[in-house]
Design a protein around this ligand. Structure first.
Ligand SMILES: *[C@@H]1O[C@H](CO)[C@@H](O)[C@H](O)[C@H]1NC(C)=O
Ligand SMILES: *[C@@H]1O[C@H](CO)[C@@H](O)[C@H](O)[C@H]1NC(C)=O
Ligand SMILES: *[C@@H]1O[C@H](CO)[C@@H](O)[C@H](O)[C@H]1NC(C)=O
Length: 439
């Protein structure tokens, strides 16, 4: 089913300004703990399982060691680990409501009877990594003990449990204090000697409080951070996140790079709120945004078409591109958006690109978008090999003058990959005489 040949639908002619040739990543001093060189991938309980502590009434869905063991098993047996999903992350509601006699954190004794060290061992035995949740304030968002006053002890306790990743939320704390509190906990993690990915909620709470986050400090201390609202199970929530990252991209994008990432929150693909098209849109735009890919879905019951989206290796390769340059919205008009991300390979001064065409219109019929590569900023005279990352459409090698036409479903996406070609005239047949007698 080629998308180029289809007729009908709304034609949206457009002209995109030519991008600057090479977008150099900003030269910044950032956290170098050797971790998260590409955006972390894994599974996180929050969006789908929330703070369900009712293990008597709902034993299969409550926050418990049983749930995390089950999801670890499925991440491996259902092929998610093979495509890169690695972390199994506990979110809020794993704790007892009070600390132990020596001030230590205690996992809920009924729901995690084997303790967190045993759970970490289980996850590690599967070849996966283990993440945990805490909060910088006096309490976690759901009211369990926070780390305020216990920062060094709690970091050491996580290290003793062989934790690989810590998400530190920001409820019940003062946003003004975060400028020293988040770095302090980061130093305490470092001092344990155990490499642990450090996920911060520092900027989002400061933005809520009307402050301007100091991103140059944030990237020095955190491997990833939340900039905006928690994702909820709806297209409206996803749209608001897409708009936030698009509307604030000039301030946000320069902070991303290997070891330090903006986090637009979990993938909600396979749950109740997104259609098939909308799910494809989230996956494509998260890859364009170099976002962490943390699934929050019931892997026991996910439908095969959503699993296929989450396991799309071509889109995951865009997300995990080693350059680590976050993409941007380059066009927005009448409900049509175009997002673009520079990726490898690079030839001379030209990047390759992932390009996502998003249809935010609600008029019920697919929209045609026609644009030349040059208008998208793809101007290498050697041309680009262009392919669709969801459909089996190979456009072959195209020159910058070529006009491509895609048909984008309502609330859906078409994502292309354009690999810059290394040789000029690469479509010309090989000519041995020419190469034997160069002048
Ligand atoms: C945290 O708890 C301490 C002790 O009760 C209190 O003094 C402090 O104001 C609390 N901090 C916040 C941000 O609520
Ligand atoms: C601690 O920080 C130093 C300096 O940035 C870094 O080289 C080292 O890898 C860090 N260690 C851990 C365990 O994070
Ligand atoms: C932001 O953080 C950097 C690095 O810690 C610091 O040098 C700078 O003074 C801070 N800027 C502001 C406005 O506080």
């Amino acid at each position: 089913m080629t998308q180029r040949k289809s007729k009908g639908g709304t034609s949206v002619p457009l002209i995109v300004g030519v991008l600057s040739l090479v977008l150099l990543p900003a030269c910044i001093y950032s956290l170098e703990n050797g971790l998260a060189r590409t955006p972390p991938m894994g599974w996180l309980s929050w969006e789908r399982f929330r703070c369900n502590t009712d293990c008597e009434g709902d034993p299969e869905n409550c926050i418990s060691e049983h749930l995390f063991r089950t999801m670890s098993d499925l991440v491996v047996s259902e092929g998610y680990a093979a495509v890169g999903y690695e972390y199994i992350n506990v979110d809020d509601c794993w704790l007892e409501k009070s600390r132990g006699p020596r001030g230590e954190l205690v996992a809920d004794r009924r729901r995690f009877p084997s303790g967190m060290k045993a759970l970490a061992n289980y996850v590690h035995a599967k070849g996966l990594k283990f993440g945990i949740y805490e909060d910088y304030g006096n309490y976690t968002c759901a009211g369990y003990p926070g780390i305020l006053g216990f920062s060094a002890n709690d970091a050491a306790q996580f290290a003793s449990w062989d934790v690989d990743y810590v998400k530190l939320d920001g409820c019940y704390s003062l946003p003004i204090d975060m400028d020293h509190g988040y770095p302090e906990f980061g130093r305490n993690l470092n001092a344990t000697g155990r490499p642990m990915v450090y996920s911060c909620s520092w900027p989002v709470y400061q933005i809520y409080a009307g402050m301007n986050p100091n991103y140059s400090s944030i990237i020095q201390h955190c491997n990833l951070w939340r900039n905006y609202d928690d994702i909820q199970d709806s297209w409206a929530s996803l749209e608001s996140i897409i708009d936030y990252y698009g509307n604030n991209q000039d301030a946000i994008i320069p902070n991303a790079g290997p070891g330090h990432w903006n986090d637009p929150d979990m993938l909600i693909i396979g749950n109740f709120g997104l259609s098939y098209e909308q799910s494809k849109t989230q996956m494509a735009l998260w890859a364009i945004m170099a976002a962490p890919l943390m699934m929050s879905v019931d892997l026991r019951t996910i439908r095969p078409e959503f699993k296929a989206i989450l396991q799309n290796r071509k889109i995951i390769a865009v997300d995990q591109d080693p350059l680590g340059i976050q993409g941007r919205r380059i066009y927005k008009h009448k409900g049509i958006e175009i997002w673009s991300r520079p990726i490898t390979p690079i030839y001379q001064t030209y990047y390759s690109y992932a390009i996502a065409f998003v249809n935010r219109r609600t008029d019920g019929t697919p929209s045609d978008v026609a644009v030349t590569l040059r208008e998208l900023g793809l101007i290498s005279p050697t041309g680009y090999r262009v392919e669709d990352l969801y459909e089996e459409v190979d456009y072959g090698i195209l020159s910058p003058q070529t006009k491509i036409k895609v048909k984008v479903n309502p609330s859906g996406v078409v994502i292309l990959r354009a690999d810059v070609q290394p040789e000029r005239f690469s479509k010309r047949p090989y000519n041995p005489i020419f190469y034997r007698y160069p002048n």
